[in-house]
Design a protein around this ligand. Structure first.
Ligand SMILES: [Zn+2]
Length: 230
């Protein structure tokens, strides 16, 4: 994250932290666009991807120059590291459009929540999409490992542990059900995350939604209807 290393951004971030430590939990951030409008734009981009009519917006040199002065991504995408789920392509977006956080199994930990908090509070992102996908290897590995009462090698186990609640909640159900439960768990955790995200979800300035990516069709199916978008 290059902006964190530049002196100006460092002081901006330091100022933010100071303000938060002094009790200014709702420091005004730039507004990167209303969540509903951003969601509509992502859905339109995904429709182009599904139809094979990518426009590859915001990739010209003018956009690079504009973004060199600062970023204001309208959406945060938390998704799996799976090579088949690249958010900028799936949503047909360009430079500076998406703040992408990727980790196998789209799980949460403090660093990942902190990354999302940074996008929301400093960069002004007002929409967070937790994007799971079909046939996720991390979710499948968690199911298989826990079913066998086994242990994954190395640091992989830590990822599986994050998926464990979804596995236990969907015993006897297909992989897709576990994947959906895993997405919903992350959505619920982000919506309830204190001190930065919960207040913004409560006052409507931040929307957190779940979604599932279908590998063959390329479609992103949002979970908002089933869960009630906040
Ligand atoms: Zn995956």
């Amino acid at each position: 994250m290059k902006t964190l290393s530049s002196p100006r951004s460092f002081f901006l971030l330091a100022g933010l932290m100071l303000s938060l430590s002094l009790g200014g939990g709702c420091l005004a951030a730039p507004d990167a666009g209303a969540p509903g409008e951003t969601l509509t734009r992502l859905k339109a981009g995904n429709a182009r991807f599904v139809a094979g009519r990518l426009e590859h917006p915001n990739l010209a040199s003018e956009r690079r120059s504009e973004m060199a002065q600062g970023q204001r991504p309208s959406a945060v995408i938390l998704t799996c590291a799976d090579s088949r789920v690249p958010p900028e392509l799936v949503f047909d977006q360009g430079l500076g459009d998406l703040f992408v956080v990727r980790v196998a199994g789209n799980v949460l930990n403090d660093q990942i929540i902190g990354s999302i908090e940074y996008a929301v509070t400093v960069l002004g992102s007002r929409l967070v999409v937790v994007l799971g996908h079909e046939r996720c290897g991390a979710v499948a590995a968690a199911r298989d490992t826990f079913a066998a009462a086994g242990q994954a090698p190395g640091h992989i186990q830590s990822i599986l542990e994050s998926i464990r609640p979804a596995v236990e909640a969907t015993r006897g159900q297909p992989l897709a059900a576990t994947s959906l439960a895993n997405v919903r768990q992350a959505v619920d955790m982000l919506r309830a995350s204190k001190p930065l995200l919960q207040a913004r979800v409560a006052d409507g300035s931040l929307q957190v939604v779940g979604a599932n990516y279908e590998l063959e069709s390329g479609a992103v199916v949002f979970d908002e209807a089933a869960r009630g978008a906040k």
